[in-house]
Design a protein around this ligand. Structure first.
Ligand code: ATP
Ligand code: MG
Length: 279
């Protein structure tokens, strides 16, 4: 493997990226609340000389690593954008302008245009919200369990759709749009909902809030493509479907990256000057 790696240490997960001898991208994942695991990984990989580092938990990781390795820090949004450009090409998307929505623990939305980018807005609704609401409402706080069960759930008895309100009338907007996430619960007789349905509805809430915001920004910036990234999308076909359906309904093009959670780590890797010189 190369002697340089990139690390993005986020609110929930710490992502690590490097290139192997074949120049193929290799990725590793650690929980951010156990930084010792990163240190152990580095002890097992003594060839690593330099780390490109980014993310909100950078200082905590520095404390754990002490002066073990040379570190080149890059601001999170810069790293994310560098990584997105690389991963877009890797997946065969050749675009130079888009909205980038990063669904991490929280969510932030950026506008990428030509060689520039700017962060537009953020929301506290993100992957952390998905885990938190799921844990509180169903007792399930494990991401993989949540995404698996949500895919088997049905939102129809919990969400209130526009057509549920406009009964027997023509609807002013598409009747299949959500009028109120979880809105049916308060206006129907008490029913016990199963965990799958509740989890699917939570994913609906999180996905729709984030997509609504992203579409608004896309309209404002006249951008056709919205690239959705962040580990909340990892193997999460149900959430991707919520996001894709709504984005398409609003006549924008959703793009999902294969290595959706690793933009920051890849960007931090690409930022290392030594690595750049090798290029
Ligand atoms: P931020 O960028 O907001 O500081 P982050 O970088 O840690 O946070 P991501 O790694 O992009 O954020 O996404 C974190 C979310 O991904 C979690 O909140 C959870 O919903 C989901 N997730 C995916 N895989 C896992 C996993 N193995 N363990 C825990 N959460 C996971
Ligand atoms: Mg992050």
């Amino acid at each position: 493997m190369s002697n340089v790696i990139g690390i993005d240490t986020g609110g929930t997960l710490t992502k690590l990226a490097y290139l192997d001898e074949q120049n193929e991208l290799k990725l590793e994942l650690f929980p951010s609340n156990d930084m010792e695991l990163v240190k152990e990984w580095l002890v097992r990989h003594p060839q690593v000389e330099e780390i490109g580092l980014t993310g909100g938990r950078t200082e905590q990781l520095r404390d754990v690593l002490k002066t073990m390795k040379s570190i080149e820090y890059i601001v999170e949004f810069e790293a994310t954008l560098k990584g997105v450009r690389y991963l877009l090409e890797k997946d065969g998307h050749y675009i130079d302008s888009c909205i980038i929505t990063n669904i991490g623990t929280g969510t932030s939305i950026h506008h990428m245009f030509n060689n520039d980018h700017v962060r537009i807005v953020g929301t506290g609704i993100g992957g952390g919200t998905l885990i938190g609401l799921s844990a509180l409402m169903t007792g399930i706080g494990d991401f993989n369990e949540i995404r698996t069960l949500a895919a088997k759930g049905n939102r129809a008895e919990i969400d209130l759709l526009v057509k549920d309100i406009y009964q027997g009338m023509e609807t002013p907007i598409s009747g299949d749009l959500t009028a109120s996430n979880f809105g049916k619960v308060g206006i129907t007789e008490h029913v016990n909902h199963n965990k799958e349905d509740i989890l699917a509805t939570i994913q609906g809430l999180v996905g729709e809030v984030i997509t609504t915001l992203s579409i608004q920004i896309a309209e404002e910036k006249k951008a056709q493509n919205i690239v959705y990234i962040g580990s909340t999308l990892t193997n999460n076909e149900h959430l991707k479907k919520v996001i894709a359906n709504y984005t398409i309904l609003k006549k924008r093009t959703p793009i999902f990256l294969q290595d959706c959670g690793f933009s920051g780590a890849v960007g931090a890797l690409l930022n290392i000057s030594k690595y750049n010189k090798h290029e």
